[in-house]
Structure formats: C-alpha cells, structure tokens
Design a protein around this ligand. Structure first.
Ligand SMILES: Nc1ncnc2c1ncn2[C@@H]1O[C@H](COP(=O)(O)OP(=O)(O)OP(=O)(O)O)[C@@H](O)[C@H]1O
Ligand SMILES: [Mg+2]
Length: 234
C-alpha cells in the first residue's frame, strides 16, 4: 500500500504582500520521485523553501508522515528526516569538503559515520577533494557536495532544487544516476528540474506550476512527451 510521505494542502505563500503560491495541493508517496516543473519565476523554489520551513505559509498545511509540520522550524524538519539541497549548489565555502560533510552529519546525528562513507561512495569524485575548500570546487563538484551533505543527515525525504542547473552533461548523468539510486533505496525525492528530458526520465509524478498555480499534476506514465512539451511551453 502506498503511504503518503508528504502532503501539502491549500498552501498559499509569498514574500510580504507579494503572493507567490496559490492554493497548492501536493501528495508525495513514500519512495517515489516527485518532480516539480515550470518556467523561471513561477514559484518552484518558494514551494521548496516553504516545505523546508524557510518560509512560513500565509495559509495551508504541510504534513510529513502524518504529522502537521507547518509550524516546525527548519532544524526540526531536518532532524525528522527532511534534507534540502537548495538551488545554486550552496555549500559552506570556507570549509573543506570533509568539514562540510562532518558539520552536517554532526548537526543532525541521525546515524553513524558510515553515512559519510556512503555519501563519498555515492559521489566518488569528492574522495580526492576531501581537503579542498568547498568554495574552490567547480559547479559540478559543488553540486555533488551539496547532495552528499544532504545525504549525511540520513534523510527519508530529499529535496533537490535544480541539481543539474548549469552543469556539464557528464556530471548531469552522474547526478541523475545518483537520484535514481537514492530513490531505489527507498528515500522519497522531491525534485525541481528544468531539463525536460532529465525530469521525464526520473519522475514518478510530475507537477507543473505556472504563475504560482498548479496547472498539471499526475503520474509520469500518464503524461505523453507531447503533452509535457506543451505544458512546459506555457
Ligand atoms: N526573497 C524574496 N523576496 C521577494 N520576492 C521573491 C523572493 N524570492 C523570490 N521572489 C519572487 O517570487 C517569485 C517566485 O520565485 P521563485 O524563486 O520561487 O521561482 P522559481 O520558479 O524557483 O524560479 P527559477 O526557475 O528562476 O529558479 C518570483 O517573482 C521572484 O522574483
Ligand atoms: Mg528556483
């Protein structure tokens, strides 16, 4: 039986008086990859930031494994298994790769040091870079570190905002493979992905946002490539 891992009900959110998200409803099943798509500026990051607890919604609820987390602060969400790799592959720039992983791991304590080994095994390119400062990494390396840093918190829900943005194709393929493997291990993935081909290969469900409204939501298998292209062109 499919269990709802995360549900968003009638969510409205924005910045000050500027409303960005309008009546968003979303249900994500445990162990699936939910892909959010839409053009620039439609509110994708705002939705992820709200789910991660960085933005308080004006109205609506967010439920995680049956618990209403709408008013939980971000650190409580992380401790309860929600990890977030924000857009722009942000890392702790002055710290080394190893320090980035240890700080995130230590802050959450959701498992032993094997989590760090597993993250490095997943992204072997990081292994020889352990003592390099994160601020000196290439975009692709930094993105892999950002995902690895989320993984060392032992999440059950991994939120990724455009992990392939501005990254060369060979690394995009590695990141795509990593996301496939992560989901196959039972971790639920909430992904914002602009590259249509990557999104359509990864997604179990596809939600398209336009101007803060959901204009399409359904199973990937019910979406023809033609419909997907049409939706993305709106
Ligand atoms: N901190 C902020 N303060 C005020 N407005 C903001 C803020 N962050 C984003 N916005 C506005 O909210 C709207 C949605 O932005 P958001 O970053 O959620 O879009 P997005 O779909 O993630 O875009 P992109 O594809 O470019 O990442 C935009 O109009 C943006 O200008
Ligand atoms: Mg964004």
């Amino acid at each position: 039986m499919n269990t709802p891992h995360l549900s968003v009900h009638h969510l409205n959110a924005g910045y000050g008086r500027a409303r960005v998200l309008f009546d968003i409803n979303l249900t994500i099943t445990t162990g699936t990859i939910a892909c959010i798509m839409g053009r620039n500026g439609v509110g994708k990051t705002t939705l992820l930031n709200t789910i991660a607890g960085l933005i308080t919604p004006t109205t609506g609820t967010i439920t995680h494994n049956g618990t209403d987390i709408t008013h939980h602060p971000p650190h409580t969400r992380i401790r309860n298994g929600i990890a977030y790799a924000p857009q722009g592959h942000d890392t702790f720039a002055p710290l080394t790769v190893a320090e980035n992983l240890h700080v995130a791991h230590h802050a959450t304590k959701r498992g032993g040091p094997e989590l760090i080994d597993a993250a490095l095994h997943r992204f072997p390119r990081l292994q020889p870079l352990l003592h390099r400062r994160a601020g000196l990494l290439s975009g692709g390396q930094a993105q892999q570190l950002a995902i690895a840093r989320a993984l060392v918190t032992n999440p059950t829900l991994l939120i990724l905002d455009e992990p392939t943005e501005g990254i060369q194709p060979s690394i995009v393929a590695e990141i795509e493979q990593a996301i496939t493997d992560i989901a196959a291990e039972g971790i639920t993935v909430l992904l914002v992905e602009q590259y249509l081909d990557v999104a359509l290969r990864l997604a179990d469900t596809v939600t398209v946002i336009d101007a803060g409204h959901i204009i399409h939501s359904g199973n990937r298998t019910d979406l023809t490539d033609e419909t997907a292209h049409t939706l993305m062109a709106i």
